[in-house]
Design a protein around this ligand. Structure first.
Ligand SMILES: [Zn+2]
Length: 89
Protein backbone atom coordinates (compact mmCIF):
# COMPACT_ATOMS: atom_id res chain seq x y z
CA UNK A 1 0.00 0.00 0.00
CA UNK A 2 1.25 3.44 -0.87
CA UNK A 3 0.71 6.38 1.43
CA UNK A 4 1.53 10.01 0.91
CA UNK A 5 3.04 12.21 3.55
CA UNK A 6 0.65 13.28 6.24
CA UNK A 7 -0.26 16.93 6.25
CA UNK A 8 -1.74 18.82 9.14
CA UNK A 9 -4.19 21.23 7.67
CA UNK A 10 -7.12 23.46 8.62
CA UNK A 11 -10.56 22.33 7.57
CA UNK A 12 -12.13 24.71 5.07
CA UNK A 13 -15.36 22.75 5.22
CA UNK A 14 -16.67 20.11 7.62
CA UNK A 15 -15.27 16.62 7.29
CA UNK A 16 -15.93 13.29 8.90
CA UNK A 17 -13.03 11.72 10.75
CA UNK A 18 -12.17 8.44 9.03
CA UNK A 19 -11.08 6.97 12.35
CA UNK A 20 -13.96 7.74 14.74
CA UNK A 21 -16.67 8.93 12.35
CA UNK A 22 -17.20 12.16 14.26
CA UNK A 23 -17.31 15.56 12.68
CA UNK A 24 -14.26 17.68 11.99
CA UNK A 25 -15.54 21.26 12.04
CA UNK A 26 -14.55 24.10 9.74
CA UNK A 27 -11.49 25.84 11.15
CA UNK A 28 -10.31 22.79 13.10
CA UNK A 29 -6.94 21.32 12.39
CA UNK A 30 -6.86 17.77 11.14
CA UNK A 31 -4.45 15.28 9.65
CA UNK A 32 -4.94 14.14 6.07
CA UNK A 33 -3.07 11.89 3.73
CA UNK A 34 -3.74 9.83 0.64
CA UNK A 35 -3.21 6.15 0.23
CA UNK A 36 -3.63 3.83 -2.71
CA UNK A 37 -5.04 0.39 -2.28
CA UNK A 38 -6.26 -1.92 -5.04
CA UNK A 39 -5.66 0.86 -7.55
CA UNK A 40 -7.97 3.29 -5.78
CA UNK A 41 -7.06 6.46 -3.97
CA UNK A 42 -8.43 7.04 -0.55
CA UNK A 43 -8.05 10.17 1.54
CA UNK A 44 -7.76 9.69 5.28
CA UNK A 45 -8.88 12.59 7.46
CA UNK A 46 -8.48 12.42 11.19
CA UNK A 47 -8.76 14.49 14.32
CA UNK A 48 -5.29 15.24 15.67
CA UNK A 49 -5.94 13.07 18.70
CA UNK A 50 -7.20 10.19 16.55
CA UNK A 51 -4.16 10.45 14.34
CA UNK A 52 -1.82 10.49 17.31
CA UNK A 53 -3.54 7.47 18.79
CA UNK A 54 -2.74 5.45 15.66
CA UNK A 55 0.71 6.92 15.32
CA UNK A 56 1.54 5.81 18.86
CA UNK A 57 0.95 2.20 17.81
CA UNK A 58 2.69 2.58 14.47
CA UNK A 59 5.92 0.84 13.68
CA UNK A 60 8.07 3.02 11.47
CA UNK A 61 5.33 5.59 11.04
CA UNK A 62 2.91 3.29 9.23
CA UNK A 63 -0.31 1.88 10.54
CA UNK A 64 -3.54 0.41 9.32
CA UNK A 65 -6.90 1.23 10.80
CA UNK A 66 -10.53 0.32 10.48
CA UNK A 67 -12.62 2.98 8.75
CA UNK A 68 -14.89 4.66 11.33
CA UNK A 69 -14.09 1.79 13.67
CA UNK A 70 -12.16 3.54 16.42
CA UNK A 71 -13.15 5.52 19.47
CA UNK A 72 -12.08 9.14 19.58
CA UNK A 73 -9.50 9.53 22.37
CA UNK A 74 -10.64 11.76 25.20
CA UNK A 75 -7.30 13.45 25.67
CA UNK A 76 -6.61 16.46 23.52
CA UNK A 77 -3.10 16.56 22.19
CA UNK A 78 -1.42 19.64 20.90
CA UNK A 79 0.08 19.30 17.48
CA UNK A 80 2.52 22.04 18.31
CA UNK A 81 4.37 19.53 20.41
CA UNK A 82 6.58 17.19 18.46
CA UNK A 83 6.40 13.47 19.29
CA UNK A 84 9.96 13.64 20.56
CA UNK A 85 8.88 15.90 23.41
CA UNK A 86 6.32 13.48 24.75
CA UNK A 87 8.75 11.04 26.33
CA UNK A 88 10.74 13.67 28.16
CA UNK A 89 7.84 14.27 30.55
ZN1 LIG B 1 -11.59 11.28 15.13
Amino acid sequence: MYSSETKITVARKPHICTSCGERIDTGDRYARWNSAEDGKWFTSKMHPECYHMHLKDAEGGRFEYTLYGHERPTTTLSLDRSPEDSHTA
